[in-house]
Design a binder for this molecule. Structure first.
Ligand SMILES: Nc1ncnc2c1ncn2[C@@H]1O[C@H](COP(=O)(O)OP(=O)(O)O)[C@@H](O)[C@H]1O
Ligand SMILES: [Mg+2]
Length: 303
């Protein structure tokens, strides 16, 4: 198995005078899922678009294996990277199989049609994602979770080295959210197995809102606020009560899940005392005590 390296190097992007992505540097791990977290408007989608080459940085570079992705042609980029963005409209009635097969287009010769190998890859990805029974259904007749699986399938038949996914779990029920993240995790960690096509462990980057989904399924996290990286690293280093409070403006306690023992975060609106910490040393002390309680309860197994 080979590993590619996606890196952002001092990447910035502005609209007018407003800095939307501000000097972000990060080396994304192949064979792992990196979660992008941050409140609405913190720059997650903008960063995804920069990583994918859809937008070009105003300064800085996005590199894959030491080569600027700006230097890749669109076809070469589509052979290398797959992007699932927040808004994928279905313009016309399409069967699930047709929708997934679109992902093979970058691999076809310019005038060539679908080859046996394309059909084989589509078939095996449909099967790995439990979509075989839906193959001839119209995409519009699927549930939200099923449709997201189709979008992932289309991305996977591209056999990308980098898979960028923007908020794939919005509007999905809880089980579908788990299912989608579990698939992304399998994609990152089981490349070359019978289930997933492609022999290289891809780099998977996923923008998420739900901190507990991120904690459960991501290997690395990047926490963004106003276009900057506030924290990056392992789940437990990033999802600290202090970071969560700073970025989201809510109270957080970290603990072990009572059943699974996994790291989890319990959230609550800032209490009145916490909101007035600065002005009231007593409430500051109370908040500090709460913080240490949370720290005590955070003895959870590391990944
Ligand atoms: N094309 C655009 N035109 C104007 N503003 C934009 C555009 N794209 C993003 N923004 C602004 O950039 C900020 C970050 O947006 P975005 O990257 O979508 O954040 P997130 O995905 O974290 O919600 C927001 O304030 C948003 O309004
Ligand atoms: Mg977004």
């Amino acid at each position: 198995m080979t590993f590619s390296q996606l890196s952002a190097k001092k990447v910035s992007w502005s609209i007018g005078d407003t800095r939307i992505v501000d000097n972000i540097s990060h080396a994304f791990r192949a064979g792992a899922v990196t979660g992008l977290l941050g409140p609405n408007g913190s720059g997650k989608s903008s960063l995804v678009r920069l990583l994918s080459g859809l937008n070009s940085p105003a300064s800085g570079l996005v590199e894959l294996d030491g080569r600027s992705i700006g230097s890749l042609g669109s076809r070469q980029r589509a052979r290398t990277m797959a992007v699932m963005d927040q808004h994928h409209g279905t313009s016309q009635p399409t069967s699930v199989r047709q929708a997934v097969a679109l992902g093979r287009i970058p691999h076809r010769s310019l005038l060539g049609g679908e080859h046996v190998v394309d059909r084989q890859i589509v078939g095996s990805v449909l099967s790995a994602l439990d979509l075989t029974d839906f193959a001839d259904r119209d995409l519009d007749t699927l549930s939200g979770g099923e449709r997201q699986r189709v979008h992932i399938a289309r991305a996977l038949v591209q056999q990308p080295r980098v898979l960028l996914v923007d908020e794939p779990t919005n509007h999905l029920d809880i089980k579908a959210q788990f299912d989608i993240l579990a698939i992304l995790r399998q994609v990152a960690t089981q490349a070359g197995s019978d289930n997933f096509s492609g022999t290289e462990a891809p780099t998977v980057v996923v923008a998420l809102h739900d901190l507990n989904l991120a904690a459960r399924y991501c290997d690395q996290l990047i926490l963004l606020c106003e276009g900057r990286v506030v924290a990056a690293g392992k789940v437990q280093e990033v999802l600290t009560p202090a970071n969560i409070r700073k970025v989201y403006g809510v109270d957080a306690a970290v603990m072990s899940h009572p059943v699974t023992g996994e790291f989890m975060v319990a959230l609550a609106p800032l209490t009145h005392s916490a909101q007035t910490d600065q002005a009231h040393p007593v409430s500051q002390q109370r908040a500090a005590t709460r913080g240490s309680e949370a720290a005590h309860s955070a003895s959870v197994p590391a990944r």
